[in-house]
Design a protein around this ligand. Sequence first.
Ligand SMILES: [Zn+2]
Length: 64
Amino acid sequence: MRVNCPNCSTKAIITGSKELSANVIDLYCQCINTQSCGASFVCALEYKHNTRLPNHAPKPVTTE
Ligand SMILES: [Zn+2]
C-alpha cells in the first residue's frame, strides 16, 4: 500500500497504526521529503465490502 503526503505529494511511510474498530484503522504516516516538508499525518483505512467471496467458508467456531 502506498501513501503520499497530502502537503507535498511525496511518498510517505507508515510508522504505526491504531485499530479504531473491526473495519477502520488509523495509519500514522511520515513524509520522507524531510528537507522541504517532513510532515507527519494520520490516514484512515476502512474496509468497505468484498469484491469477491473467499474461496473457502470460514471454519465454524467450536464451543469445546
Ligand atoms: Zn510532505
